[in-house]
Design a binder for this molecule. Sequence first.
Ligand code: 5HY
Length: 251
Amino acid sequence: MQTQVTTPKIRVINPNTSASMTDLIERCARGVVAAGTSVDAVNPSMGPASIESHYDEALAVPGLLEEIRRGDADGVQGYVIACFGDPGLDAARELARGPVIGIAEAAMHTASFLGRRFSVVTTLDRTIGRAEDLAAHYGMARFCGGYHACDIPVLELESDPAAQQRITDACAAALESDGSEVIVLGCAGMADLCEAISKQLGVPVIDGVAAATVLVEGLVRLGLRTSDRGEFAHPLPKSYSGALKSFTIEP
Ligand code: 5HY
């Protein structure tokens, strides 16, 4: 029997530095947790404005890890990494005291419970390789019928008045071409669209922010956290130098 935690304190980290996207993510996360769960969303002060390349992703990780350290100091019990590339997920698991879930892994696992096959609809074509690699890494590739881009850069999701329609059209085309039954939205910036698209297309549409938030809430309620044994044990004491000096792991 696990210890039940009655008031989970969850933090959703948007690893890009777009404060308006963080607000959207926080609204969506708050909309799905149980009464009594505290959830907030933050973004690092350093790093890329959006994440849509391997370069962006690598440079988003130090800021993300800084937020994990800050969260642990604030008494946060569980974390969501709210970017569909799940950047820094393994490192965050080593560092954080509580469980950490990425939105891609949460969305893909959730979709696999709801149909034989899901389709991923993401922003730019160049991010598809990362989604494919993650699906393979998570053992989810066999559930995935295809990966599709709607050709809208991350930061234009908010400003392009045609974005919702274009994403909906891409989802409809994906269901058709893949013979799939479920849609996974491939960007945290699409978090507010899943209900409308689901209503319009008549299939489950998964937003990873909502899925990861309720999954981590469940783990915290169960008193479960990342195992300290083996691969995800706390990083070994080590000094870091130069711009990364503050990342030194003290003995
Ligand atoms: C995301 N980029 O969820 C990803 C998604 C993408 O800044 N937040 C970002 O487009 O690959």
